[in-house]
Design a binder for this molecule. Structure first.
Ligand SMILES: [Zn+2]
Ligand SMILES: [Zn+2]
Length: 123
């Protein structure tokens, strides 16, 4: 599968049974439908995001991309709770692309949000 952002070949990886693809060039991460959410449940999932966030933020500007799996134009999606994170999602297969650094951000902030909820429920 080719990276939708820079056209390099992506490498298939596995993290605790969850499949994902990572681009060797830009560090972007590709997840099939719901895999990203499955992975966020893992405590140390952020460690799969090994790309350079500086490179990722450059590629984040490029959002008119086609789904690497089904060639449909992907849609930019802002995470509801973290609007600074912009992902690209495929309307057909629901695959998701994270630029380098975004997935880490996504996991960490989700974790912090949970801690905040926990404290809120204690009061
Ligand atoms: Zn790439
Ligand atoms: Zn697709």
């Amino acid at each position: 599968m080719k990276c939708p952002k820079c056209d390099y070949e992506m490498t298939a990886n596995d993290y605790k049974g969850v499949q994902y693809d990572q681009c060797k060039n830009c560090g972007g991460l590709w997840f099939d439908a719901l895999e990203a959410e499955e992975l966020v449940e893992e405590k140390r999932a952020a460690e799969v995001d090994t790309g350079d966030p500086k490179v990722g933020s450059e590629y984040n500007k490029k959002w008119e991309i086609k789904c690497p799996a089904c060639q449909v134009r992907m849609l930019p999606v802002h995470d509801v709770e973290q609007p600074h994170i912009q992902l690209e999602s495929c309307p057909a297969c629901h695959g998701t692309f994270f630029d380098a650094g975004e997935f880490k951000d996504f996991c960490e902030e989700t974790f912090l949000d949970r801690v905040k909820d926990w404290f809120a429920s204690k009061n």
